[in-house]
Design a protein around this ligand. Structure first.
Ligand SMILES: *[C@@H]1O[C@H](CO)[C@@H](O)[C@H](O)[C@H]1NC(C)=O
Ligand SMILES: *[C@@H]1O[C@H](CO)[C@@H](O)[C@H](O)[C@H]1NC(C)=O
Length: 509
């Protein structure tokens, strides 16, 4: 009996392994460090669970790992650390949009020009699945097509504007935030107009430049390749690095899953000096980090003075990620370092608040550990995230253009209130309450995609012509009918009126 059981289970596990061990190709042609930082734990976890990974990226592993094979693109490309202009204006948005389409065009060329990448299709290596970032360029989908593999798309932030149409998700400015702009889920009329224009700008700029260029590049390497537009519509599954509690609830088709949170690792012990500084903080600690957004060289002097002025008046100790040795005025309660273990700091029970630029990673770590935030967004998805945390109750937001010492102290007072913190702990509990952890869910949908590769779970909306998708033809038909009825009615009424108003005249005659 027992032996039977053992035999049965070993048979099952053999079967299981056979079914589940996948040969996976990861393609990450964008060189942004904060993006790959999200994907790395997921890729390693896939390898740890026995899948065979080949990963094309700018970030080869530092320590080799079983089942994980790198193809590095990082020969002579400078890694991007998100050092962008901090000024918030329409001009900055236009500059960044051009940066995105140019890098999307270049990344495609670099990817397909690489000899090791070319060997993948020349050697006819077989892959069960391609996982790839869906950000500024969908060029990797051409490679997946050539290899005949199903695709799981990944994002490291909210879904990009051009992917709304691709996945058949109707972008609705009435309640869906957009990159670069504020307004949360309750925008004003002005903000809705702003969103509509920016959305159309992004979608058409991307379609007419990046995608066109990617089509040309792909055509050089692959015969009879469908346009990127079409390849993108056929992506089997998109794992969006978001969660409705921090990006607002959206309407998503069955092949788009929210898996935000899988990058957060189990907290580790803090370095000795930092641990002592936090442990001994009588009134708790505030953690400040703007990633690499605000630097000593790029932060306006009056803004820096406002922040230092505010924190000097607080009884809490401050841990601040800052790349210089000192802060102007040398406030006593501050621990500065240019590198800090953010996740381990936020996990410490003495950390009471997080003052941040509201990047997706930091915001996710804050909700994970239940730490109230002050969000001071700079660009990208940060304004949207900041709006969402204010609505969900995870924190409050402050506009860098209006930053003063008094305003900042006011915001600190709000988030340091114990009642506010209690609600954030509740919110964190809700965030964690899912049928599966974010990582398990990401892995599940990845394996599911390989198992169900012959089926499509996308909405048919993705493939409809825009006039049908938006019901313009229906509006045109019904509008024409209404107009015809109105015109006929008018003619009839005029006719009757003439007839009737003539009658009395006859009588009086
Ligand atoms: C695993 O991936 C490596 C690198 O692409 C490849 O050389 C190897 O043949 C793969 N192993 C299996 C079992 O497919
Ligand atoms: C998909 O269909 C093809 C052709 O019928 C078959 O060979 C393949 O095994 C199927 N793939 C999966 C994942 O079921």
């Amino acid at each position: 009996m027992k032996l039977n059981h053992i035999l049965f289970f070993s048979f099952l596990s053999v079967l299981f392994n056979q079914v589940l061990t996948l040969n996976i190709l990861g393609v990450f042609p964008y060189e942004g460090k904060s993006h790959f930082f999200v994907f790395a734990p997921y890729l390693k976890e896939l390898a740890r669970r026995g899948h065979n990974l080949t990963v094309v990226s700018y970030f080869p592993l530092e320590k080799p790992m079983e089942n994980y094979h790198d193809i590095s693109l990082s020969k002579d490309v400078k890694i991007l650390e998100d050092a962008f202009p901090i000024k918030r204006s329409y001009w900055t948005i236009i500059q960044i949009s051009f940066f995105l389409i140019n890098s999307g065009t270049e990344n495609c060329k670099t990817l397909l020009d690489d000899e090791n990448v070319q060997n993948l299709w020349k050697s006819k290596q077989k892959f069960d699945l391609v996982v790839t970032e869906q950000f500024n360029s969908d060029c990797a989908l051409g490679l997946a097509h050539a290899l005949g593999a199903p695709v799981v798309g990944l994002t490291s932030c909210v879904i990009m504007p051009w992917h709304y149409e691709t996945f058949g998700i109707q972008y609705n400015p009435a309640h869906v935030p957009i990159l670069f702009l504020e307004g949360g889920t309750k925008p004003t009329l002005y903000q809705r107009i702003e969103r509509t224009i920016l959305h159309l700008y992004f979608v058409y700029l991307h379609k007419l430049t990046c995608r066109k260029e990617n089509d040309k590049t792909l055509a050089k390497y692959f015969k009879d390749i469908p346009p990127v537009d079409e390849l993108a519509q056929n992506v089997n599954m998109l794992l969006s690095y978001s969660h409705n509690s921090i990006t607002g609830p959206g309407l998503l088709p069955p092949n788009v899953k929210e898996v935000g949170g899988y990058h957060v690792a189990k907290p580790k012990e803090l370095p000795k000096d930092l641990k002592k500084f936090i442990d001994e903080a009588e009134h708790g600690v505030i953690y400040i980090s703007f990633g690499s957004m605000l630097r000593a060289t790029s932060t306006p002097k009056d803004k820096l003075e406002a922040i230092i002025g505010a924190i000097s008046e607080l009884p809490q100790r401050i841990v601040w990620k800052w790349e210089e040795k000192n802060l102007p005025g040398n406030p006593k309660n501050v621990f500065i370092s240019n590198w800090l273990p953010q996740n381990d700091i936020l996990a410490h029970p003495k950390v009471l608040a997080f003052y941040s630029h509201c990047g997706m990673l930091g915001t996710t770590e804050a909700i994970y550990h239940g730490v109230p935030m002050i969000g001071m967004p700079i660009f990208g998805d940060q304004p949207g995230n900041a709006g969402a945390i204010e609505e969900s109750g995870l924190g409050v937001q402050i506009d860098i253009r209006h930053l003063t010492k008094e305003l900042l102290l006011e915001k600190f007072k709000i988030v340091l209130n114990p009642e506010f913190r209690r609600k954030v702990k509740d919110l964190s509990r809700v965030w964690h309450d899912r049928p599966q952890s974010a990582m398990d869910s990401a892995i599940y949908w990845t394996e599911y995609t390989a198992r169900t590769a012959n089926y499509s779970f996308g909405t048919p909306a993705a493939k409809l012509p825009i006039y049908i998708f938006r019901s313009w033809d229906i509006i045109a038909v019904l509008g024409t009918i209404c107009l015809a009825i109105l015109i006929s009615l008018k003619l009839v009424i005029t006719f009757l009126y003439k007839k009737l108003s003539q009658k009395p005249k006859i009588k009086t005659n």
